[in-house]
Design a protein around this ligand. Structure first.
Ligand SMILES: NC(=O)c1ccc[n+]([C@@H]2O[C@H](COP(=O)([O-])OP(=O)(O)OC[C@H]3O[C@@H](n4cnc5c(N)ncnc54)[C@H](OP(=O)(O)O)[C@@H]3O)[C@@H](O)[C@H]2O)c1
Length: 309
């Protein structure tokens, strides 16, 4: 008989504004094309499944013909077609990646980037504005000044960071007079970085929301295709344990993989990235998956390719 860790997934509350967020989020990195009705279906499906935080960024779409800003613009077109949707979600976006540079978190750049995002998204305020990647050349004092100014102007409600180390988070926080509302690292059963580098500890310490990007390792955990032999061995071992968890819970491997991320006490919110409405619904079943403590650690050991001491 497994030792079920009984988890319930209450809503999270974001930062000082306390905006309620479901236990799973939906992301628009792979949002492409001009089919507004199809984009609207994805967003409506995600919200109906309780994925009330919708994550995008100004850079999303850069690899498509429509280019920089196009994923935000498509979401803006969805709001134009169905204005009520904007009020059904916590809208999260990011700025600070400047094509060709690659990072810019100076105050003038972040102010311009946020204002351009607002225009594309056809909204007056972004609920969670995240610095997309750390800019090694921008003093934390200046980044904090940009975020504070945007917040005091009402252009953003809360500020967060993505791909920041715990020490970068701490240094930025030291220059702010409001708490950073979120950390957004890559995290999945194949990418355990934030478990080990202090990021999730910091989320528990400060109350920042832990958002996990690419929680299925960008699909790797499902299609299992990699040319790297060592990675492939770890992947097969992880997939086998996830499949056993999935079978015990009558869900798919994708749902088991998301549940693995959600079970961490930092109350990790995975950002689901599929473009298929049926798979968005499948992902939602992760909230009812129960994973024993022993199985959770088996996934960790398989992913590390080593036994824990
Ligand atoms: N902050 C950052 O630097 C950063 C970087 C990357 C991503 N993100 C955020 O994280 C979000 C999710 O990233 P992601 O798209 O890489 O997430 P993911 O959920 O790890 O991967 C999604 C990919 O897996 C594929 N997939 C295959 N089988 C699937 C199944 N059964 N269920 C679900 N997906 C399946 C999807 O294809 P189909 O579409 O065909 O289903 C899609 O290509 C992004 O939208 C973005 O908001 C942030």
């Amino acid at each position: 008989m497994p030792d079920p860790m009984m988890h319930t997934y209450p809503k999270h509350n974001l930062g000082q504004s306390g905006l309620p967020i479901g236990p799973i989020a939906y992301g628009c990195w792979r949002f492409a094309g001009t089919d507004v009705a199809a984009a609207q279906r994805k967003i409506e499906t995600a919200i109906a499944c309780g994925m009330t935080l919708i994550d995008t960024a100004d850079i999303y779409g850069i690899d498509n013909p429509a280019g920089f800003g196009s994923a935000e613009a498509l979401l803006g077109d969805v709001f134009k077609a169905q204005p009520a949707l904007r009020y059904d979600m916590v809208l999260a976006s990011k700025g600070g990646i400047e094509p060709g540079v690659p990072y810019n978190s100076t105050k003038p750049y972040l102010m311009r980037a946020c204002e351009a995002s607002l225009k594309r998204l056809r909204t007056d305020t972004i609920d969670l504005y995240q610095v997309h990647r750390p800019d090694m050349l921008a003093p934390f004092e200046e980044v904090a000044d940009a975020l504070s100014t945007l917040r005091s102007q009402g252009k953003i409600r809360e500020a967060g960071v993505s791909n920041y180390s715990p020490s970068q988070f701490r240094a930025l926080q030291a220059n702010l007079d409001f708490p950073l509302a979120s950390h957004q690292p890559e995290f999945s059963a194949m990418e355990l970085g934030p478990l080990l580098d202090g990021t999730f500890d910091q989320c528990q310490e400060t109350g920042a929301l832990a958002l996990a990007w690419s929680p299925l390792a960008g699909g790797l955990l499902i299609h299992g295709k990699t040319d790297e032999e060592e990675k492939a061995n770890r992947l097969y071992a992880v997939a086998a344990i996830l499949d056993a968890i999935a079978a015990q819970n009558s869900v798919t491997r994708a749902a088991a993989a998301l549940a693995f991320a959600m079970m961490h006490p930092a109350r990790v919110v995975p950002i689901v990235g599929t473009q298929t409405p049926a798979r968005i619904k499948e992902a939602a079943s992760a909230a009812r998956v129960r994973i024993s403590r022993a199985d959770w650690y088996r996934v960790v050991e398989a992913s590390l390719g080593a036994r824990l001491p």
